[in-house]
Design a protein around this ligand. Structure first.
Ligand code: NAP
Length: 309
């Protein structure tokens, strides 16, 4: 029987692991399909306190992992399918692709997954010129035109990163101003290789005979005019969907799928079940706020276990 199981290995997960490990609770972390979470798909992080020169996202996560393991956290690569709570003794049963784990408390730190537009052929095109990770795939598209969809900080970050490789980066946004922070927006627009395509929505991905992305059809939302742009890859950066579905009735979700916490805490509606980071935070969604919530969830889990003794 585990005392604490942490589902997810992003900023929230590792921070709760560091705290619960230092409290001698020997946490078990379950890492799903994206070990290290969203920061492993970014480049430089300039706003995580303590790194005046910035830090590469994957390096930051590697360091968090080392720090958690140093204090005794264990990490296993298992995909969680469902979580339930036994009525008779309140123990959680975590069903994974390899078995069932029992635990007294669970911290959900599963973050959020990239959202897509929902166009007909996008499933087939993912990995063939359609992606949501410039860091992972940008270098494959050297000296060719690419597009980024979105107007937030992620879209700007992706666009800026892609200028290292691509011949031209079309930044396609459905409005005529970026949602991104001013510093990021100004920097992106001022970059020579970035061509903003305002008030526009991609309405079709067009593949070549080999099934690789070759063009996008774009609608101007003000004039309804349609045009085609040649691109070899489209990077979608239109936000994320929280990874919360596998929890069933144990949690309440808001309209966008974010887990509802008891105000002022990381507790969910189920005793002993805590939620931290982007899976529960639609407001801030920052690495540092996720880490802060991970810390809070660890302390609350520790207190819950102490009260249960
Ligand atoms: P976001 O801020 O929610 O922006 C999503 C963008 O996608 C918006 O511009 C939105 O358009 C657009 N969009 C949403 N649905 C769309 C659709 N169906 N079709 C076309 N466009 C669509 O998401 P994000 O950029 O991923 O950022 C998430 C959070 O992480 C933010 O708090 C951000 O500040 C933070 N972040 C920070 C950094 C950094 O500081 N280094 C880097 C990345 C992210 P509208 O503007 O019209 O709504």
């Amino acid at each position: 029987m585990e005392q604490v199981v942490i589902i997810g290995t992003g900023c929230a997960g590792y921070t709760s692991a560091i705290y619960t490990a230092r409290a001698n609770l020997s946490p078990l972390m379950l890492s799903g399909s994206q070990p290290g979470g969203q920061l492993t798909t970014t480049t430089e992080v300039e706003n995580f306190p303590g790194f005046p020169e910035g830090v590469m996202g994957p390096d930051l996560m590697m360091n968090m992992q080392k720090q958690a393991e140093k204090f005794g956290a264990r990490i296993e690569y298992q995909q969680v399918e469902s979580v339930s709570r036994r009525a008779e003794d309140g123990i959680f049963e975590i069903k994974t692709n390899t078995g069932t784990i029992e635990s007294q408390t669970v911290i959900i730190a599963t973050g959020a997954a990239p959202r897509h537009l929902g166009l007909p052929n996008e499933k087939e095109l993912i990995g063939h010129g359609l992606t949501s990770c410039a860091t992972c795939d940008g270098a494959f598209y050297r000296d060719v035109p690419v597009a980024v969809i979105g107007g937030g900080d992620s879209a700007c970050e992706e666009a800026m990163f892609l200028t290292r490789f691509a011949s031209e980066v079309f930044l396609i946004h459905r409005r005529d101003e970026l949602r991104a922070s001013k510093i990021m927006a100004d920097r992106t627009i001022a970059t020579e290789k970035v061509t903003p395509v305002w008030d526009s929505q991609v309405v079709e991905y067009i593949a070549d005979d080999e099934g690789e992305m070759t063009k996008i059809k774009v609608e101007n939302l003000k004039t309804n005019e349609l045009s085609e742009i040649d691109v070899k890859c489209v990077f979608v950066a239109i936000g994320h969907v929280p990874n919360s579905k596998f929890l069933g009735d144990l949690v309440d979700l808001d309209d966008n799928g974010y887990i509802k916490q008891v105000p002022g805490t990381t507790s969910t509606k189920t005793e002993g079940l805590f939620a931290a980071g982007d899976v529960a935070d639609h407001v801030y969604r920052q690495a540092i706020t996720a880490a802060g919530q991970g810390c809070a969830a660890a302390i609350e889990a520790e207190r819950f276990l102490a009260d249960a003794d």
